[in-house]
Design a binder for this molecule. Structure first.
Ligand code: NCD
Length: 294
């Protein structure tokens, strides 16, 4: 069971932990509650962010709390201060901290330095657990279940941290089938390949979607800032959507660059902006659970 002291990885969650967060998020989406009034959240971002940072900020405000924010530009990081010292300072001004890092796998170390509950806002190519919960909430709302789903993941499955977390979550529910569709050089990390029910090369995108008839398609950006010489590109457009079932939902954690054509935005099945908006109630639920307000 999730101990609520930190939120760093999908591995901390059981199926019922996920269900509890989804149910609180649904309640808070209907009607916000000031469950954290007087509390302060520190948003500590060592990597660019729009949705994660701002949705945490909006979530804390809606809970009646306040937010202090760190970005390297304009801070003592420009004088050479370490990330750990920065975390230690900001955390001493707050009750809970959200940390986003460009490096993978340092969140445990940061949590020790912080001394307050820490939420990962994404670490390198490793994991992005709050996006995972936002995606799970959105799937539940839009498709009605988190079991017996066929989900096709497309794009950069090697470095895409949102994929790594969401796949782990889906594997905790029953009967889910995961299909991966990626350039060969950007396929899933080897320790995750056992989760695949099928694997296709990105050049087979249309055939793969027509054959698997997924309930959800999860598109990702090629993580150009993390590549080591790998290459890959693809575009989801209206011709591709024509092979997908009417109930299928097309997701993307955003930002999209050129892998999702804006021409498909009007299609009701395309829901990245719904996902992004759901980030607020889901993050409200996470903060409230960790600060003991719920
Ligand atoms: C993603 C991220 O930062 O990992 N965005 C997000 O948080 N919603 C996806 C990405 O950067 O491609």
């Amino acid at each position: 069971m999730w101990d609520r002291k930190s939120l760093l990885s999908a591995s901390q969650f059981s199926r019922s932990d996920v269900e509890e967060i989804i149910s609180l998020a649904s309640r808070l989406k209907q009607k916000p509650e000031r469950l954290c009034s007087g509390k302060i959240l520190a948003n500590i971002f060592f990597e660019p962010s729009t949705r994660t940072e701002k949705s945490f900020q909006a979530a804390m405000y809606r809970l009646g709390g306040s937010v202090i924010s760190h970005k390297d530009a304009g801070s003592s990081r420009e004088k050479g201060e370490t990330k750990k010292d920065t975390i230690r300072i900001l955390s001493s001004y707050a009750d809970i901290a959200v940390i986003r890092d460009n490096e993978s796998g340092r969140m445990q170390e940061y949590t020790k330095a912080a001394g307050v509950p820490v939420i990962s806002g994404g670490d390198g190519s490793n994991e992005h657990p709050t996006q995972m919960l936002t995606d799970a909430f959105t799937i539940k709302e839009e498709i009605g279940r988190l079991d017996n789903l066929k989900v096709a993941f497309i794009g950069d499955l090697k470095y895409g941290r949102t994929v790594h977390s969401l796949m782990q979550l889906l594997s905790k529910f029953s009967g889910n089938e995961i299909f991966s569709i990626a350039p060969a050089s950007l396929s899933l990390p080897s320790d995750m390949k056992s989760m695949e029910a099928g694997r296709y090369d990105i050049s087979q995108l249309r055939e793969a979607l027509a054959e698997t008839k997924p309930d959800a398609v999860y598109c990702t950006r090629i993580q150009k800032e993390r590549l080591n010489g790998e290459k890959g590109s693809y575009v989801v457009d209206s011709t591709l959507l024509s092979v997908l079932p009417p109930h299928c939902r097309i997701m993307h954690p955003l930002p999209r660059v050129n892998e999702m054509n804006v021409e498909i935005d009007a299609d009701k099945r395309v829901i990245p902006f719904v996902q992004a908006a759901n980030g607020v109630p889901v993050r409200m639920a996470i903060i409230a659970k960790m600060l003991g307000g719920a």
